[in-house]
Design a protein around this ligand. Structure first.
Ligand code: IPM
Ligand code: MG
Length: 362
């Protein structure tokens, strides 16, 4: 049966990294005799330029009918001063909310070959393997009221951090389920010493934990967690966070693996009998400073293809093949500029994608 993949290259380096990812999808389809249909649409700044909006309604509809979505990156300096509803990032918010993708999985893996690319000492990062489970459709990113006001004390900009118990419960279940398949520990991040939304978070996570007796639960305050990620990252297994804390901690954690250019993500909705719709994308941004120069690292996006096979197409075997190919490329010494050490010759985005392709075979 054929599977529909919607491809959304987006802005900046998005189209470059997506090109490699699509070739990997095509190569896997040919090796494993899968029928994959691709449809490509503009979103973000590219869609603002062409259609006057970051996420045209028909694109969202096509994504809803897809089996999976591959996304590059959005954001362009040209649109930085646009009003909020005309910012490229609104496309991401619209997709996450519109497709109900409440669970964002960000695996932080260290590669032996890249230990020296991390600014953190080798002995601290060696062997780190963390899964960040970030809530993606709630919290301060979506909370109402939000906006700007002018009053007697001057202008103000405001947002609302709000969580309902059902939102906390379903993301906590994703974290505990994931931990059950890993080393069995969840560290739940909050700011319960100050924030009510975090106090509810902590208490709902404790309630859910009663269903997972075999999993160990610890609560960590966000500020302390930011510090511990640098001092004892190996002691984390599954890190459960709200939307905002997960955004920040995942960039920090990415540096344990050497570069944000290595961080793949999966954003998932509820599991249905027809499979699980997901958006697969690198966690890095559109990097306008290097866009169009063939300098970007495509490995995070190619790693996201592995996640697409794992979570939306239920092909763990293919996911592992792709991950092995990425590891092999690094072992063979190939580096893009962001992960090149002194004396390494950096290769471009396209060449890096080709190196991975060469190493994917049946
Ligand atoms: C991420 C990104 C997005 C976010 C931006 C681009 C809106 O930083 O996916 O981590 O804040 O969620
Ligand atoms: Mg981010």
């Amino acid at each position: 049966m054929s599977k529909k993949i919607v491809v959304l290259p987006g802005d900046g380096i998005g189209p470059e990294v997506i090109e490699g990812a699509v070739s990997v999808l095509q190569k896997c389809a040919s090796i494993y005799s899968l029928e994959l249909e691709f449809e490509e649409y503009k979103i973000g700044g590219a869609a603002i330029d062409e259609f006057g909006q970051p996420l045209p309604e028909p694109v969202l509809e096509r994504c809803l009918e897809a089996d999976a979505v591959m996304l590059g990156a959005v954001g362009s300096p040209k649109h930085d001063n646009n009003p909020p509803h005309l910012r490229p990032e609104k496309a991401l918010m619209g997709l996450r909310k519109g497709l109900g993708l409440f669970a964002n999985l960000r695996p932080i893996i260290t590669f032996d070959e890249l230990l020296d690319a991390s600014p953190v000492k080798r002995e601290i990062v060696e062997g780190v393997n963390i899964l960040i489970v970030r809530e993606l459709t709630g919290g301060i990113y979506f909370g109402e009221p939000r906006g700007f006001k002018a009053g007697e004390n001057g202008r103000s900009g405001y947002n609302t951090e709000i969580y309902y118990d059902y939102e906390i419960e379903r993301i906590a279940r994703v974290a505990f389920d994931s931990a059950s398949l890993r080393s069995g520990k969840v560290s739940s991040v909050d700011k319960s010493n100050v924030l009510e939304s975090s106090q509810l978070w902590k208490s709902v996570v404790e309630d859910v934990h009663r269903d997972y007796k075999a999993v160990k639960l610890e609560h960590v305050l966000i500020d302390n967690c930011a510090m511990q990620l640098l001092t004892r990252p190996k002691e984390f297994d599954v890190l459960l966070t709200n939307n905002m804390f997960g955004d920040i901690l995942s960039d920090e954690a990415a540096m344990l693996s050497g570069s944000i250019g290595m961080l793949s993500t999966a954003s998932l909705g509820v599991e249905k009998s027809s499979g699980r719709l997901g958006i697969y994308e690198p966690a890095h941004g559109s990097a306008p400073d290097i866009a169009g120069q063939d300098k970007a690292n495509p490995l995070a996006t190619i790693g996201s293809v592995a996640l697409l096979f794992r979570y939306s197409l239920q092909r763990e075997d293919i996911a592992q093949k792709i991950e092995a190919a990425i590891r092999q490329v690094l072992k063979d010494g190939h580096r893009t500029a962001d992960i090149a050490g002194p004396g390494d010759k950096a290769i471009g985005c396209r060449e890096m994608s080709d190196k991975v392709l060469e190493r994917i075979s049946n």
